[in-house]
Structure formats: structure tokens, C-alpha cells
Design a protein around this ligand. Structure first.
Ligand code: SF4
Length: 514
């Protein structure tokens, strides 16, 4: 019992440090679940926005739940998973609504259902009078298929409007009628009953901007008030889920409205969005915030949009390093994926950062794009060396993972060995000149399989989770479930049913360097 008390005590101490927590009694209770720990979930603007939306609904309330930091402590003390606000058992709620950011969070969802005392598979819950299980979040912008075996309903895309539709219906309808009803509404998908696949809903503009409801120091973005001055992106990078075709391009919010929503007590402000520096009045917004004495961070800096003034404002707002994404080892690769910026623009950005007095340039890049070769990696080594003469460079490198709902959908994974070789070439070539921070090729492959597979990929994830979650458990599980990436399935299925699949633009190989 003492162990259980200490778990509750820990949550209460985190609650004491929060500002903006909402408490409300209402007939329809939603457990709003994040399948990663508190310090990650509380940095999710989407999660916070839906929390506020549910509280604004006249007949509903929401309490938050996170993947525990110490799952074993819950198991050892037989403590059922409980909510943050009232520490009530999650299974006593009418609905569990999960926000899933990316593929590997699937196992967090399994653990949370297990700790809540609920079967992981939706078909095993149906007869038991369990709460409705719903999932939405950024993963639904690309491929939510692996979630299908575990949820009753998928909410696809921007959920600020759909959550009201869902709560209205769920509060008044019997389960069977509810599922049939939702399967007919665009944006919802009900496994086994229908709903448009890969439909990304778009929230009405009046619900923007998304913004923090609760500020806490116990998050990745410590005590920062997040707000979204723009949503979406007008560009068309071929690998990106947030490209213009996903949700209709960029929608901006006037700075006056953004400023009016930032509470006076917020000392740190994060401007977040897919393409914040594309906002036509970004410099003015930054300047006003910094002049008001705020620390300011910006989530997405595009090298081709940076000016000395913009970078100076970031420095005045407390930034000590400048982060840009290059997303292509060479110009040939960047051109191929329609990533519209050049070496010159990145070099210029490094110069702005040095002039502003920043200490480091962080550059994000990707390896393993289709048609990439050693010569592209060598160009990245040469170019990063050049940048490091301007400012110390930290190079973040992620293996390329093709996502559904993008023109590069179906592109193969370069191969674990191949990616590791390229990372090794990069590390060797930049030794003593730049810090290389790669992400794991193995886990990128697991992500790729989940990004490209259907519901069977989700079942494989469940098997791997049950088998302990090691890389070899994942590999075995994908094999045992006969998982094949999208392209292989598509080719086989197209032969049988040529009209079934949407047309995906073909990628042309890049021009070879002269
Ligand atoms: S990578 Fe960035 S700039 Fe390109 S489409 Fe995506 S959000 Fe826009």
C-alpha cells in the first residue's frame, strides 16, 4: 500500500507545480491518454489543445493520463493506472482518448491499456463493458493502420472540431449505434465498419491558434508557454507529412491575436508550427515578445527565411544556438526531394548566428534517401567542414523513413547495414571537426515497418512488446506476422485490383553531378 501511496504522492507533487490545471465535474468523462511519460506529453501542444477543447464542451470533462516513468512500480504494487487530476482509475471513465505522435509510441499504448486492466485487443474488450478506446494525434496524418486492432475509433487529422462531434455522439448513443454513426462522418475511421482511409481532417480557423493550457517546469520545454502562430506548411518537400497537400497549406494567425493569448506570467514563449519562419510577420512578433522581456524559442527555422534581424531577435530572446534542417546530404538530394534551400543559404545562416553571438549551429540531416551514394555523403562531409569554420557544428542525422501520405511513400528503407556504413563514413570524415549525433538505424527500420505496414504491423508490435521489446523480438514478430511494407503489398494487390490504390507521383532519379 505504501508503494501505491508513493505513486499517488508523486503525481500530486507534479500537480502542485502546474499552473492552469482544469478541474470540472461533468456527466461524460474522458481519460486523455499520452503513451509517453509526463515530461514528453506535457510538451505536446496538440494534447494540451484537446484537453482544453474537452473542458470547453458543456457536458464533458477530461483528466490526463501518461505512460508511467516507472511501469514496474505500478505492476509490483498492483496499482491500476490512474488519472492525474483526481487519481481515479482510468477504467472507470467512459472513454480513453489517446494522442499518438509517432509509430514507436504504440507500445506505450499497450502498456497503458494493460495497467488499466483492459485487454489490449479491441475485439477482446467488446463484450466486457470496457470504456470506448479512441486514438488520434500526429500519427494519423500518415499511417494509423497499425492502430486498428487496438482501438474502437480513429480520429484522423486535426481534432479540435471532431472531438466535440465525438463527445456529443458518445455521450448520447449506445455503442453499436455510435460506431455505425461515426463510420459515416469524414475524419473518423471505425475498424471493421468503415470511414475514409488517410483522410486528414482540418479544424476550423476559429479554433486556432493552439496554445498551452498548463505550464509546468517538469517538461522537455521547461516552463514554456507554447503557441502556434501558423498551422501547416505551403511547401512541398517530398518526404514530409506536413506538406501543403496534407491539410491545405499554411494558415497564419495575426500577431495581435497571438500576443493577446500569451498570459502575462509566461516568461518563456515557444512559437511552434510546421513552418513558423514562413509567417509573413514573424520578425515583428519576435521583436514584440523580446521587447516585453520574454525568452523566446522557435520550433522550425528555414534557412532560406533567416535574416540577420530575425537571428538577432532569437539571440536577444535567449537562444545560444541556431538550429536549421538541411534534409538531404547533398544539393542533388535536396533538389530531388524538393527541399528548397541551398548551401549558400545555410552558410549565410551560420554567419548570422556568429554575428549574433551564438555559440553553436545545429544542423538536422537525413541519410538513406533513394538514389543516395557515397558521393552525397562526401559532399555532406565537405560542406559540414566548411560550416564548422564559421561556428561549431552539431550534426543530427536521422535515417530516412518513407511515410504514407507523401510522394516518397513506398520508397524502400536503405538497409540497416547500409545506413550504418554511411553514418560511419560521416563520423570518420568529420572526426575532430563536427559532433555527429545519429539516431539508430535499427529503430529507424522498426519505425519504417510500422510506417509502411497495415494492421498486421500493429499486431507484430504487440507480439514484440509481449516478448520484451528487444530489436530481435521486433524482427521475429514482423516475420511471424508476414509483414510487408506498403510498396510490396501494393504491387501484389494492384495486380488483383488495379483501381483500389490511389495514384502516387513517381520520383525521378536526381541528375548526376557533373
Ligand atoms: S519539411 Fe518543413 S518546409 Fe518542407 S513541407 Fe515539411 S514542414 Fe514544410
Amino acid at each position: 500500500m505504501e508503494g501505491r501511496y508513493s505513486l499517488i504522492h508523486h503525481v500530486r507533487s507534479l500537480l502542485d507545480d502546474e499552473e492552469g490545471t482544469l478541474y470540472k465535474e461533468a456527466p461524460f468523462r474522458v481519460a486523455l491518454c499520452y503513451p509517453s511519460p509526463y515530461h514528453v506529453g506535457m510538451s505536446s501542444l496538440g494534447f494540451q489543445a484537446i484537453y482544453r477543447e474537452i473542458h470547453q464542451h458543456p457536458g464533458a470533462t477530461a483528466e490526463r493520463v501518461f505512460l508511467p516513468d516507472d511501469v514496474e512500480a505500478f505492476k509490483k504494487t498492483r496499482t491500476p493506472l490512474f488519472t492525474w487530476e483526481s487519481q481515479a482509475s482510468v477504467s472507470s471513465f467512459a472513454m480513453l482518448a489517446f494522442s499518438v505522435a509517432y509509430e514507436l509510441e504504440l507500445t506505450g499504448l499497450f502498456t497503458m491499456l494493460e495497467l488499466a486492466g483492459m485487454p489490449v485487443l479491441a475485439e477482446e474488450r467488446r463484450e466486457g463493458g470496457h470504456p470506448l478506446v479512441v486514438a488520434g494525434g500526429p500519427l494519423t496524418f500518415s499511417n494509423p493502420d497499425p492502430l486498428e486492432p487496438f482501438v474502437d475509433v480513429l480520429v484522423q487529422g486535426e481534432a479540435e472540431d471532431l472531438i466535440h462531434v465525438l463527445v456529443d455522439a458518445a455521450a448520447t448513443m449506445e455503442r453499436e449505434a455510435l460506431l455505425d454513426h461515426l463510420a459515416r462522418i469524414p475524419g473518423f475511421r471505425v475498424p471493421g465498419r468503415g470511414g475514409q482511409r488517410y483522410h486528414v481532417a482540418r479544424a476550423t480557423d476559429s479554433r486556432l491558434p493552439a496554445r498551452t493550457q498548463i505550464i509546468t517546469s517538469h517538461t522537455e520545454l521547461r516552463s514554456m508557454f507554447l503557441i502556434e502562430p501558423e498551422r501547416g506548411c505551403s511547401r512541398g518537400c517530398h518526404y514530409c507529412v506536413m506538406r501543403r497537400t496534407t491539410n491545405g497549406g499554411m494558415r497564419t494567425v495575426p500577431p495581435e491575436r497571438v500576443l493577446s493569448l500569451i498570459p502575462a506570467h509566461a516568461r518563456r514563449v515557444g512559437l511552434v508550427g510546421a513552418a513558423v519562419t514562413d509567417h509573413p510577420r514573424i520578425v515583428e512578433l519576435l521583436r514584440t515578445l523580446v521587447d516585453a522581456g520574454k525568452e523566446v524559442g522557435v520550433s522550425s527555422l528555414r534557412a532560406d527565411r533567416l535574416t540577420q534581424e530575425l537571428v538577432d531577435q532569437l539571440r536577444r530572446g535567449g537562444a545560444t544556438n541556431l538550429t536549421v534542417a538541411a534534409d538531404g546530404a547533398s544539393q542533388r538530394m535536396r533538389d530531388m526531394v524538393d527541399r528548397k534551400h541551398s548551401e549558400e543559404q545555410i552558410v549565410r545562416a551560420a554567419g548570422f548566428a556568429r554575428t549574433a553571438g551564438m555559440k553553436q549551429l545545429k544542423v538536422y540531416n537525413v541519410v538513406g534517401l533513394p538514389f543516395e551514394g557515397d558521393e552525397d555523403i562526401d559532399e555532406l562531409i565537405r560542406f559540414t567542414t566548411e560550416l564548422s569554420r564559421i561556428l561549431p557544428v552539431a550534426l543530427g542525422v536521422a535515417p530516412f523513413v518513407a511515410k504514407r501520405n507523401t510522394p516518397l511513400d513506398g520508397a524502400p528503407f536503405a538497409g540497416i547495414k547500409e545506413v550504418e556504413n554511411r553514418l560511419e563514413r560521416l563520423r570518420k570524415g568529420l572526426r575532430g571537426r563536427a559532433e555527429v549525433r545519429p539516431t539508430s538505424a535499427r529503430w529507424a527500420w522498426v519505425e519504417y515497418m510500422l510506417a509502411q505496414c497495415g494492421p498486421e504491423g500493429g499486431l507484430a508490435a504487440m507480439d514484440a512488446w509481449r516478448a520484451g521489446g528487444s530489436f530481435s523480438a521486433w524482427k521475429k514478430a514482423f516475420e511471424a506476422r508476414g509483414c510487408e511494407p506498403y510498396l510490396a503489398r501494393r504491387v501484389a494487390d494492384e495486380r488483383r485490383n488495379p483501381v483500389h490504390w490511389p495514384t502516387v507521383p513517381k520520383m525521378a532519379p536526381p541528375a548526376t553531378a557533373a
